[in-house]
Design a binder for this molecule. Structure first.
Ligand code: SAH
Length: 454
């Protein structure tokens, strides 16, 4: 047995030194790190040790001796326990400072870049912003219960007010849950891999108000599925689409491959920067519409778009970036790996009367080399990849295509930093880094970055 300076259940007075990138306070006992939820730097607390690990441990604050002036009143402790809103105890202006520092840290450490990070653009009302909810259901005390998993576990914490979600979505989830309960729909039991309903997914157009409800089930056969869907529409008239999605696997991935319409349409609509977009259940759509509009405008401004520009919209989703900027440039070429999303992108171009955009299904790193061979010469490339960032080969091909400017929209500063370093080796200099806060109360950071060919 190794000796640690603390032991489980010990109560100990500590001072918080720092905030981890997950939003936990960090204290040190004889060099041993303790992570403590709901604490902030400079706070003095009595901590109770919960878990002693090899390299670090976890504790909880049981008494506050000195609190930080940066603390804000916690809307609900469950938001920390579930990780829904891990910064909701920190005042919003300090959340923005925290995010700026996170980006600065990785850019200097990983990318060795010496470029100033602009102060993040924040939200005026930093809550109730999420246009999408993915809510697990479980049977608790015989009732179909909705909420969220406790961090690092699959124990459901019942929650009705999710704080960062559109309140109309919160209301809808309660109504849907009650309808399902009335129809005696069984909750999925993960351990036994039995039962029926796994998740309730709700999306609501921020501008349109249109709602889509996706009921994720373990089996295809849905007793009274259509009837239930109709009742959902009757009780929540904004719901114009109810989809059953079937996920038979033992997996943490929420959506399965196949879905079918139980009520109404296959897509909902929303507006972004004055254009209308249809969105399928499986398509990506930024969860914070208000700040997405700010983000895109910033991105277009950085791109300094000219009428003869040929633009690539890589990782295009439903084509929101390319279609929004199409009027300003000569042509847009986009690619995206999910066929349903490309379908949406094509329909969206048509529906907005935009004729100079072309979307293709495929991986960016596969399609870019084809375009290089075909001699296509984009002047501006937008990339907006998922958390894992860009494929190294994509970076090389993009550099070979040699656009003047690259606009990198990133939801993960660590992979952004890695990729900026690779771009720098290929002769692209990072000019501007602008965080935009798409995810208030959480530790997530979105950035838009301008790269210029040397
Ligand atoms: N630009 C869009 C979508 C960004 S999300 C918007 O602003 O809404 C990232 C998108 O990249 C997702 O739609 C995802 O399906 C897609 N994607 C993931 N890996 C990809 C790859 N290798 N090549 C192309 N698209 C990919």
């Amino acid at each position: 047995m190794k000796n640690y300076p603390v032991e489980k259940n010990q109560e100990i007075e500590v001072e918080i030194l720092d905030l981890s990138h997950e939003g936990n306070g960090i204290a040190k006992v004889d060099g041993y790190l303790l992570f403590i939820e709901n604490t902030l730097p400079k706070e003095k607390i009595v901590a109770k040790v919960l878990k002693v690990g090899n390299k670090f441990g976890f504790a909880k604050a049981i008494k506050f001796l000195e609190t930080s002036p940066d603390r804000q009143e916690l809307p609900n402790e469950a938001l920390l326990r579930t990780g829904i809103a891990p910064l909701s105890h920190l005042s919003y202006d300090k959340q923005l400072v925290f995010k700026q520092q996170q980006v600065e840290n990785v850019l200097t450490k990983i990318a060795k870049l010496n470029v100033p990070v602009l102060p993040p653009i924040g939200m005026e009302q930093p809550f109730g912003y999420r246009n999408k909810a993915q809510i697990p259901v479980q049977k608790i005390h015989g009732e179909l219960t909705t909420g969220f998993y406790r961090k690092n576990s699959h124990t459901l914490v019942p929650i009705e007010d999710f704080y960062i979600q559109d309140p109309q979505i919160d209301q809808a989830i309660i109504k849907i849950r009650n309808i399902l309960q009335r129809f005696n729909v069984k909750a999925y039991n993960e351990e036994a891999h039995e039962g029926f309903l796994r998740h309730i997914v709700v999306r609501r157009g921020h501008h349109s108000g249109e709602m889509m409800v996706v009921l994720v089930t373990r089996k295809p056969k849905f007793f009274k599925g259509e009837e239930i869907a109709t009742v959902i529409h009757d009780e929540i008239p904004e719901v114009v689409s109810v989809i059953q999605n079937i996920n038979e696997e033992k997996t943490n991935v929420i959506l399965g491959e196949f879905g079918r319409v139980l009520y109404g349409k296959e897509t909902i609509e929303d507006q972004l920067l004055g254009k209308t977009f249809q969105i399928s259940a499986k398509s990506f759509y930024q969860v914070n519409t208000e700040m997405t509009e700010v983000l895109y405008q910033k991105a277009f401004e950085m791109a300094a778009l000219q009428p003869d520009d040929v633009v690539v919209d890589a990782y295009a989703g439903i084509g929101t970036i390319g279609i929004s900027l199409a009027d300003k440039v000569s042509e847009v070429l986009g690619m995206e790996v999910i066929p349903e999303a490309v379908n949406d992108a094509k329909a969206n171009a048509k529906r907005n009367g935009v004729e100079n955009v072309h979307y293709f299904v495929g991986k960016a790193e596969k399609i870019m080399p084809q375009w290089l061979r075909e001699g296509i010469q984009p002047t501006v490339v937008f990339v907006d990849p998922p958390r894992k960032g860009l494929d190294a080969s994509f970076i090389e091909t993009t550099a070979a295509v040699s656009p003047e400017r690259i606009i990198y929209i990133s939801c993960n500063p660590a992979t952004l930093a890695r990729d900026l370093a690779l771009f720098s080796e290929q002769g692209y200099e990072t000019k501007q880094v602008q965080p935009v806060d798409l995810f208030p109360q959480t530790t997530h950071v979105e950035c838009v970055v301008l790269l210029q060919r040397q």
